[in-house]
Design a protein around this ligand. Structure first.
Ligand code: HEC
Ligand code: HEC
Length: 397
């Protein structure tokens, strides 16, 4: 219990601060989270039941786990660019469903002193906490599609674990739907914070960092290309090394960037040429920050090899294609974007023209011009992919 309390006090801090705050610093998996055998608190145990309960959706067929599959690092098991939900499961979402692992190390959204937008939940950081986030899918038209909070609580009061919910949160909890909804989302947050599956730190790369296993020659080449500021420069946004205090890397700094990912015609909402997913600036509270239009949160690359689609709109479906886009976006843009009537390439076609200036064209690997050599060759991309494959949890030698 003491272990959990000291960990819970650290949740919400960045990994860099985590071990210092928790007094850790050893080299076992537990230094980055709870030991695997720590039992879940009663709230988190309820959260697990809720996470997997399809009866809390209007369709009766969808739970959190439907889109955040437990077997697939809590990301979708299928290869759809956006998932379908709603009463009849025929309403397509607008964005790809991310893995929800390692998010207990994220914080609420803030703008850092150097101006970098950072943190928050969802691709645009609009939810302030895992609890705030957990309330949204229940009421979204293209997800679990309930009519109201009271509607969700009515379903919950008939769930097989309703008595357990009452014993944890009070015998009269179902008579107060707003309070009950608040506890429902709290339980989901506690589950995602406490269950070690959400932050296993059990990949081959973690074992390498612990000195327990060697990487292959190709994996090492990939790691070095990933880190090299003149080659992949991936660590600039996807940090790969242990912090000074020994905490393990999350492969995201939770900042935002605009990559100019091409429009995805497989998302039905994009049939309307006037519609653009503007990401960060589409939030009401960020509407004045037009420099943030097109920016999305940097996802963790842990378990990325388990993902079937990549980027906020699921535009690419293999790591090879996603990485080729990174390094050839500016050297061979015609491979990724449509042509204008005059034959020129319509670069950054998923942004209104006035926001094309927001796309990152200064940092490696995006700083090239047509005709330049890409930052990574084809063989080097394969090396980076071999390295990314070492980031999958559950490594067994
Ligand atoms: C129909 C599929 C679907 C269902 C059901 C669903 N999600 Fe998601 N989830 C998504 C998508 C898509 C996003 C990204 C949406 C966005 O950024 O606007 C997301 C984002 C998230 C995030 C934020 C990830 C990040 O990187 O910040 C969390 C956490 C999350 N979901 C948890 C849940 C929980 C808890 C439930 C159940 C209450 C749930 N999801 C139900 C599809 C789904
Ligand atoms: C300047 C910051 C930055 C750099 C440098 C960077 N990335 Fe990213 N990465 C991002 C952002 C932001 C996204 C999400 C963009 C979006 O969806 O619009 C992303 C997304 C990804 C994704 C998709 C993950 C998913 O779950 O959808 C992969 C794979 C990826 N990056 C790998 C790399 C690799 C490999 C490198 C080095 C070659 C790299 N990144 C360099 C910021 C960066």
């Amino acid at each position: 219990m003491l272990i959990r309390q000291s960990f819970m006090g650290c949740v919400g801090l960045f990994a860099a601060a985590l071990l210092a705050a928790c007094g850790g610093g050893g080299t076992s998996a537990s230094d980055a989270g709870l030991p695997d055998d720590t039992p879940l608190s009663p709230q988190a145990a309820l959260g697990e039941l809720i996470f997997k309960d399809v009866s809390l959706s209007a369709s009766g067929r969808q739970a959190c786990a439907t889109c955040h599959s437990v077997e697939n690092a809590h990301s979708p098991a299928n290869a759809l660019p956006a998932q379908f939900g709603g009463v009849l499961l025929d309403q397509q979402g607008r964005r790809s469903a991310p893995s929800v692992n390692y998010l207990s190390f994220n914080s609420a959204f803030y703008i850092a002193s150097d101006g970098t937008p950072t943190g928050g939940f969802f691709w645009d950081g609009r939810a302030t906490s895992l609890q705030d986030q957990a309330g949204k899918p229940f009421l979204s038209d293209f997800e679990m599609a309930n009519a109201s909070r009271a509607d969700v609580i009515d379903k919950l009061s008939r769930a097989t674990y309703a008595a357990q919910f009452k014993s944890v949160f009070g015998a009269d909890i179902f008579t107060r739907p707003d309070a009950a909804f608040d506890r429902l989302t709290l339980a989901l947050q506690q589950y995602q914070r406490e269950d070690a599956d959400f932050r296993a730190f059990s990949s081959k790369y973690d074992e390498f960092l612990r000195g327990n296993v060697a990487l292959s020659a190709q994996e090492l080449r990939g790691l070095s290309l990933f880190n090299d500021p003149g080659k992949g420069n991936c660590q600039a946004c996807h940090p790969s090394g242990r912090a000074a205090d020994g905490s393990f890397p999350l492969f995201t700094d939770f900042s935002f960037d605009n990559l100019g990912v091409p429009r995805n015609a497989a998302i039905a909402r994009n049939d309307d040429p006037a519609y653009f997913d503007l990401g960060l600036c589409a939030r009401d509270d960020m509407a004045a920050r037009t420099d943030f239009c097109g920016a999305f949160k940097v996802p963790s690359l842990r378990n990325v090899a388990q993902r079937h689609v990549f980027f906020h709109n699921g535009r690419f479906s293999t790591l090879k294609d996603a990485l080729t886009f990174y390094v050839q976006r500016d050297t061979s843009p015609e491979k990724f974007y449509p042509l204008n009537p005059d034959g020129s390439v319509k670069k950054f076609d998923d942004l209104p023209t006035q926001y094309a200036v927001n796309v990152n064209t200064v940092e490696v690997p995006y700083n090239r011009r047509p005709g330049d050599a890409p930052a990574l060759s084809d063989a080097e991309i394969d090396d980076v992919i071999a390295f990314l494959q070492t980031l999958s949890d559950g490594y067994r030698p």
